[in-house]
Structure formats: structure tokens, C-alpha cells
Design a protein around this ligand. Structure first.
Ligand code: HEM
Length: 290
């Protein structure tokens, strides 16, 4: 069983040309298996979540009814990226499973949209959003250890509530970065192999071997994204995550959901009465509006 398709170039060298397309089905089946195992676990085996402590009633009282979560710009980015990602997946893989259409033009256009939207996202997240909120911190790791111990029946205190993003979301984001950057970097070079509006076609930019490896990396990261997107959509549709999905449409989540899952000390929220930093809810009633 070969994971890569090989061909012989005019100089008689054996070079990789792309991934073996059965890997598409491997990714789809892996994605489906994950969904089935997770859904079964949640339905029949998972115990109710337990967290270390609740926010004080003073903190709860000062929170707005609708806790802001995603700005309009962040939401627009998310949905533009999602549309380009689906277009890329369908244009790339439908022709490989027998649905033929002239896919290349739609594919590179969606690729260009994804590339620009990700460049925008990196700048926006670095300078306007809380850059560190999506990276695991010390508390995440300590809590992960507690959660593992409790999962296997050992004694451990309950973990703290989450910051803006739980560890699982942060790890998912990290894997998406790896696959996303792989398809983008290789995809930009692969645009030299086809006719686009950006630069003249130049299939001689790299050796056959380098091109081949680039196509293989593009394909591997691409099939990885099939499974990742399936998982992401599945979680977005799960009933207990609906408040989070709703926040990606309307920008806010209910105060009750925020208090149930999030720690106001770890995810600091502006109160409704003021947007100044002196009037933010910082955990156990640390700040008082001046
Ligand atoms: C979800 C993301 C993506 C997936 C799943 C994906 C998948 C694929 C696949 C499977 C192919 C066929 C390659 C082959 O025959 O070996 C392909 C070709 C191509 N991709 Fe992507 N891709 C993605 C993102 C991108 C991006 C971001 C760009 C541009 C920046 C891009 C540009 C291209 C180009 C130009 C080709 C055509 C190459 C040719 O026919 O010679 N792709 N893509």
C-alpha cells in the first residue's frame, strides 16, 4: 500500500506526484469514527462537569446579560475563512471521488481568499485581539493533569473553569495552524503551475522532485483538514456547544453560560456600564468602578 503516487519524469527519475487518493476516505472515516466515539461517550459514560469554584455573586451581578465574545470583524473573518475552506475542500476532493468539473479556477480563487483572510487574521489577532488567549497557559496544563487523573479514577481536585478558550480548542487551533499554513505555503507556489491573475505561469520554478513533495504536503495537509473540519462542525452543532456557535453569529453569549463554563479571572469581560478598564470584572470582586 503506497500513500504516495509516483511517476517517471522525462529523465527517467521516479518522482512523487501527489498523495494516494484513498487517503481522502481514510480522513472521512477517521472523522466519522471520532464523532461516533465522542457522541457515544458523552451520551452514555461522561459524568457532569465539575469545576473548582463559582464566581462570587458580586461578580455575577455586574456582568452584562449578553457577554461580548467575538467582535464583528472577528466574526466576518471566521465566516469568510469557513466559506473559502469549504470551497477548497469540495473543489479539491469532489473531482477525486468521481464528480468532474473544472475545479482548478474555483480552487485557486478560494485559496487566494483563504490566504488573504489568514494574513488579516494574524495581524488582527496580534494587535487588536488578546493574542495569548488562544495559546495554552500554565493553568491549562495543571488542569489537564487534574482532568486526566479524575478521568482514570485517581484523586485530584476539580479543575478551574476555562479562560476564553478551553485547552481542547487551543490544541485544535494549533493543529489547524499547522495544516492551514502547509496548504497555504505550498498552494501559493502551486499557483505557478496553473494560470492565475497573480503571476505568469512557471512550471520550471522547482525540480520535479521538489514539486512532487510540495503536492504531497499540500494533499496530506488537505486530507487532514477534512477530518479537522468534520470535528469542528460536529462540535459546533452539539447542543451543549450551541451557545458558543451562537456567539460566532451574534457576537455574545448568555451570562449564565459564561458563568457556568468560564472563570471571570481568566477571561476578563467589560461590564455593561462602562468600557473603561477600571470597570472590568476581574475575578472575585477585585475592581470597583471608580
Ligand atoms: C483546505 C485547504 C486546501 C485543500 C484541501 C487543498 C487540496 C488540494 C488538492 C487535493 C489539490 C490537487 C493536488 C494534486 O493533484 O496533487 C490541490 C491543488 C491545488 N491547490 Fe489546493 N488545497 C487547499 C488550499 C489551497 C490554497 C490555500 C491554495 C492557494 C493559496 C491552493 C492552491 C492550489 C492550486 C493552484 C492547485 C492546482 C495545482 C495543479 O493543478 O497543478 N490550495 N489542492
Amino acid at each position: 500500500m503506497d500513500f504516495v503516487k509516483w511517476a517517471t519524469n522525462p529523465w527517467g527519475q521516479s518522482v512523487p506526484i501527489h498523495i494516494a487518493w484513498f487517503l481522502i476516505w481514510v480522513a472521512v472515516i477517521a472523522g466519522l469514527l471520532f464523532l461516533i466515539v465522542h457522541a457515544t461517550y458523552v451520551r452514555y459514560f461522561a459524568k457532569p462537569k465539575e469545576f473548582a469554584r463559582d464566581a462570587s455573586s458580586e461578580v455575577s451581578a455586574r456582568l452584562p446579560k449578553h457577554v461580548p465574545r467575538h467582535s464583528l470583524v472577528a466574526r466576518l473573518f471566521h465566516w469568510i475563512m469557513a466559506a473559502s475552506m469549504f470551497t477548497l475542500l469540495f473543489t479539491a476532493f469532489l473531482p477525486r471521488v468521481g464528480i468532474q468539473f473544472p475545479w482548478v479556477t474555483y480552487h485557486w480563487i478560494a485559496g487566494a481568499v483563504l490566504t488573504v483572510s489568514i494574513l488579516f487574521h494574524v495581524i488582527h489577532a496580534s494587535f487588536w485581539l488578546d493574542f495569548w488567549s488562544i495559546w495554552p497557559d500554565k493553568t491549562d496544563l495543571e488542569d489537564a493533569w487534574k482532568r486526566v487523573r479524575r478521568f482514570v479514577g485517581m484523586s485530584a481536585p476539580p479543575p478551574r473553569k476555562f479562560a476564553k478558550y478551553p485547552l481542547e480548542n487551543k490544541l485544535f487551533h494549533g493543529v489547524v495552524i499547522l495544516c492551514g499554513l502547509s496548504v497555504i505555503l505550498t498552494g501559493v507556489f502551486m499557483m505557478f503551475r496553473v494560470r492565475t491573475i497573480f503571476f505568469p505561469r512557471n512550471p520550471y520554478l522547482f525540480s520535479d522532485m521538489t514539486w512532487g513533495l510540495m503536492y504531497v504536503l499540500h494533499g496530506l495537509a488537505g486530507v487532514g483538514l477534512i477530518a479537522l473540519v468534520m470535528m469542528h462542525v460536529y462540535f459546533g452543532l452539539r447542543p451543549e456547544k450551541r451557545a458558543i456557535t451562537k456567539s460566532m453569529i451574534f457576537g455574545w453569549m448568555d451570562r449564565d453560560f459564561y458563568l457556568k463554563e468560564h472563570d471571570p479571572e481568566r477571561w476578563v469581560v467589560e461590564t455593561s456600564s462602562s468600557s473603561s478598564t477600571s470597570n472590568r470584572v476581574e475575578g472575585q470582586g477585585l475592581t470597583d468602578a471608580g
